[in-house]
Design a protein around this ligand. Structure first.
Ligand code: AMP
Length: 108
């Protein structure tokens, strides 16, 4: 079982920001910004390649709530999902990185 599925099952501890029946948002263990939250669906999908439009749509609303709770909605933030080896994806359970709380360096 993947590490994020274990976090969902509470077999590995996490610092939860927001949770509902379908999604979990928790602090990244190795933050790359003052605010660095990971947002995952509770259903396992390996990456963005296989997530369904329905769950992706529902996750949009959930991510917007996380941005509001972490007070980055207005100051701005970055959403990243890494996909596969070339994309730098280490954990093979789709996750969005929400980064903010400070001016972020440019990568593009
Ligand atoms: P990625 O490289 O896009 O797959 O990102 C994986 C992210 O998961 C990294 O930013 C890690 O710091 C983070 N991570 C790995 N294990 C944990 C954990 N147990 N709790 C919180 N974050 C984790």
């Amino acid at each position: 079982m993947c590490i994020f599925c274990k976090i969902i099952r509470k077999e590995i501890p996490n610092k939860t920001i927001l949770e509902d029946d379908n999604f979990l948002a928790f602090e990244d263990i190795n933050p790359q910004a003052k605010v660095h939250i990971l947002i995952i669906p509770k259903t396992h999908f390996d990456s963005f390649n296989t997530i369904t439009p329905k769950i992706m749509g529902e996750m949009t609303t959930f991510i917007q709530k996380v941005a509001s709770i972490t007070e980055v909605s207005h100051s701005g933030y970055r959403l990243i999902t890494n996909i596969g080896d070339n994309g730098g994806q280490e954990v093979k359970h789709i996750h969005f990185h929400l980064l903010g709380g400070e001016k972020l360096g440019g990568i593009l």
